[in-house]
Design a binder for this molecule. Sequence first.
Ligand code: FAD
Length: 406
Amino acid sequence: MGSLRRVAIIGSSLAGIHAAEALRKAGYDSTITMVGEEQHLPYDRPPLSKQLLSGSWDTPRIQLRPHDVIEGLSLDWRRGQPAIALDPDAREVELQDASIVEYDALLVTTGTKPRSLPVPLGLTGVHTLRTLDDALAIRAALDAMPRVVVVGGGFIGAEVGAEARRRGLGVTMVEALPRPLSRGLGDHMGEICGELHVAHGVDLRCGVTVRGFAGEGRLERVALDDGTVVEADLAVVGVGSEPATKWLETSGLEIDNGVVCDAFCRASAPGVYAAGDVARWHHPMTDELGRVEHWTNAREQAVAAVATLLADHDHPGARMLTAYAPVPYVWSDQYGSRIQVAGWTGGSDEVSVHRDAELGTTVALYRFGDRLGGVAGINATRRLLPLRRMVADRAGWDEALAAAAV
Ligand SMILES: Cc1cc2nc3c(=O)[nH]c(=O)nc-3n(C[C@H](O)[C@H](O)[C@H](O)COP(=O)(O)OP(=O)(O)OC[C@H]3O[C@@H](n4cnc5c(N)ncnc54)[C@H](O)[C@@H]3O)c2cc1C
């Protein structure tokens, strides 16, 4: 491939900033254009539903890097400027202000957007949570002591519900599946997490969906499809997210629930790479395309994509390439409990749950065939560490059961 003088990174958040740092660390000293639709400097998202929402941290604490470190990266910043189109043949990205960014290599790190409900969300008091501005708005709304409905019992909904209960607010959680968190943890662990919410006073409604939000100008009621109506002043909708690829629709790039990439984070057009929540890449461990919406992955995949980008352009800072094959990892904090998941859980053949009432820990093992495919834990950080390694090593099921029993 040709020379490397202009790298463009679209999406100036976690994966974006890690990619820029990886480029500079490898000795790449030419142009990095960093395009971000948000006005804010890069900030961290996990605290948005935890410390920032509770008010124990404020905005400066969640900045990913101090100003001087960002300045040291010598970026050509385009802040508050969404990319609106890509022409991979001309190697050009068009921004909303009609300016054009030319590149030799392009890294797409545009993350995800909250998924919508099939009902209008337009009323004041109905929120989604993805950005700092979303979190500040929800925090301000919580300060007014509202009656809260959380729509969706995934990680974000569960964390918002837990924070609202910590404030002593009435919380109804509406989950379409029979149990909260079961998409990420499976039914058995989802049941245990549901019990945690109920024990903390959440009115948990499972197997129902929202028919509509109603009120005079602002939210007053949430109608559910079982015919019940919940009085509410604040609704937070956390029903999953979708890859932010709308701007790539006319590019000809292969898009299928994310930017489709090979095992080295290369997208379908020469010189284009993707990393983080938006990337759906060929994972060598599963031999399938997969997308991971976790913090650890965004950091690690950005570095992996930069390694490929440098190698493809024969850059002197390039290193030997290996396929990107991480064991996915995510954590969530609810009511002072830490939930952690490593590896794969969905579609497992068996789940084995080990609860230690004395220590207050729970560990779940997920079997795929005769191997350990994933692990999850509640307040079990230390017990999980060796089990995470066993997932990476594709340990046998019996060996994993023996390790979990220790
Ligand atoms: C509230 C919340 C809590 C979370 N908690 C946890 C947790 O506890 N543990 C965990 O592992 N993960 C957690 N996550 C997930 C984690 O934050 C993400 O996996 C991570 O932020 C992904 O990084 P990214 O850089 O790929 O994408 P993002 O952080 O989404 O960044 C993408 C950036 O691209 C920008 N962008 C989008 N479209 C365009 C465009 N067309 N042009 C220019 N810029 C664009 C966006 O505005 C955004 O700034 C949480 C996420 C949220 C929202």
